[in-house]
Write a protein that binds this ligand. Sequence first.
Ligand code: CO
Ligand code: CO
Length: 320
Amino acid sequence: MSCLTRITDPNLIVGANTCDDAGVYRLTDDIALIQTVDFFTPIVDDPYAFGQIVAANALSDVYAMGGKPLLVMNLVAFPVKDMERSVLTEMLRGGQDKINEAGAILVGGHSIEDKELKYGLSVTGIVHPDKVVLNGGARVGDRLLLTKPIGTGILATALKGGLVEAGTEALITTVMATLNRAAGEAMAKVTVHGATDITGYGLIGHLHEVAAASGVAVRLDARGVPLLPGVADLAAMGIIPAGAYKNRDFYQKWVTSTLVALDPLEMILYDPQTSGGLLISAPQAAIDQIVARLAQCSYPLAVAVVGEVTAGPAGTITVG
Ligand code: CO
Ligand code: CO
C-alpha cells in the first residue's frame, strides 16, 4: 500500500498515511474492520496455481495485521477473445479453494475484458481494535521471525527463461500458495510488537519499512535467512529479476553490509517476493511460542529468526 493523503477520523486506526499492509477502521470497542486489495498478472503458467497464489497473497495482508479474513470479492480482467474460458474457470477455482481454506466467504466481484489477464481480491477482515499489529511497533531487543523462505522472484524469473528443472513451478507454487493463516493465528495468540508480510520490496525493503516506522534499526543475519533450493546458484549466475535491482537502488542507502562485494546473497535479500511470509517483531519468548505452535500444526515451510531490532538511526539495516 502506498502512502497517500492524510485523513483524520477518530475511528481510523490505520489509514493511507502509513505504509501498513491494510486499512483498519474501528466499528465498535471490540471490532475493527480490515480492508485490503491486491491484483496482478500471471507469474506461473498453471491457471489453478495462479488463482491459489493470488488469493493467498491478497489474504496475507489481513493476517499481517493480526486479523481474520471474512469476506472476499474477485477482481478479474480477462482476454475473452484470446484465451479459453477454462483458464478463467481454473483460475477462479484456485482462488476459491484458498478462500475456503482461509474460512472466508466469496460474496461477489467484478470482471472486465482486457488484453492481459489480471486477477486479484479485495478482502475484508476483522480484528480486535487493541490487537491490531502494525509495521511501526518493533522495539529494541525484539527478534525478527520470517515465516517463509525467500527466492520466489529469482525462481520465477528462471522458470520464465526455461533455466530450471520441472519441479520448480510446483515448488514455488507451494510456497506462494501457502496461506499466512497459521503464522497469523500463532502470532495473534501471543503479544508481538510489529509485523508485515514480505512482498514486492524484498526482505530488505520490508525490513526497512518496519524499522523506519518503528524508529529503530535492525541487524539482519543474512546467513540465517532460509532460501529456496537453487536460488543461491541462480543468483550467482546472474538470474535476478529487474525488481531486485530496483529494490537495491532504492533501499541500499539504509544498508550497511559486511558481505563481500558481489556476494550473490546480497541480491537475494532484495528479491521481490509474491505472497511471501510474515516478518514478525517480538521478544524472544513470544517468538519461541509462535515457532512451537507452527511446529505443532505441521506448518510446511521453513521458519527462522533472521535478525534483531537494535538502537540506531531509524530504518537502517546492518547486514552480516
Ligand atoms: Co503487505
Ligand atoms: Co498488499
